[in-house]
Write a protein of this length. Structure first.
Length: 234
């Protein structure tokens, strides 16, 4: 995690721990520089990050203000920090089916820009929010970049593990949405019926330098999954 992300995380934690209400004005940039002992550019980047996440809003000439917190248990589709972080306001868990090293299919190879001789980790797991089935996730991680995964690691936050152990800064992602009807295997995993509707999201995650490292598909449980978009004008 780079410095501005660390500062953004600390400011966000402060806002939530103090339960600051919508419209509460934060210290100005100079005050935040003194408080966190970082450069002006780091604070500016941290604030822009928080603004994209829907945590604050900035009014030129007036200051920095707390934005209304998203409703509990809703997944913000504009964020790309991993399932655990994006739903940090609720208790989540996973049931892991697979952690295998495989040769990527043509589709996975295309999305991850793999070389012909590369292998990937295939992770298949059910995601739960407050003990309710939220979705079925199938992910492919480039073994070239993430050298080791096991069941214990993937039962928790893979992204936190990657950032802490491989010094990978997660930069951005591309998301594609499709409404589908469930096949027999997916319906069985989600404890739903064949041909029930579902939102399927394909997402490729990139490092801050633009290298793809994770291609994932999540099929969401239509009764339990909830989504929001907290947009901003910039």
């Amino acid at each position: 995690m780079v410095k501005y992300q660390e500062v953004a995380k600390k400011i966000k934690q402060m806002i939530y721990q103090k339960q600051l209400s919508k419209g509460t004005q934060l210290d100005n940039i100079d005050g935040l520089i003194n408080q966190y002992q970082v450069s002006r550019s780091t604070i500016v980047k941290a604030l822009n990050c928080l603004e994209r996440q829907g945590v604050i809003y900035q009014v030129q000439g007036s200051g920095i203000f707390v934005r209304e917190r998203k409703k509990r248990g809703y997944l913000n589709f504009l964020q790309s920090h991993g399932f655990t972080v994006d739903l940090e306001d609720v208790y989540g868990s996973s049931t892991v089916f697979n952690v295998d090293i495989i040769k990527p299919s043509a589709k996975v190879k295309e999305n991850l820009q793999c070389d012909d001789n590369e292998e990937v980790y295939f992770v298949k797991r059910l995601r739960y929010v407050e003990d309710k089935l939220y979705g079925l996730e199938q992910s492919y991680y480039r073994k070239k970049l993430i050298c080791y995964l096991n069941k214990e690691i993937v039962e928790n936050s893979i992204f936190s593990y990657i950032q802490e152990n491989y010094n990978i800064n997660i930069g951005f992602s591309d998301k594609y949405f499709q409404v589908i009807k469930l096949d027999a295997e997916t319906a069985n995993c989600l404890e739903l019926q064949i041909d029930d509707p579902a939102l399927s999201v394909e997402e490729t995650f990139y490092t801050s330098s633009g290298e793809p490292f994770d291609f994932s598909t999540i099929t969401y449980h239509y009764e339990n999954a909830k989504f929001c978009i907290q947009n901003h004008s910039k």
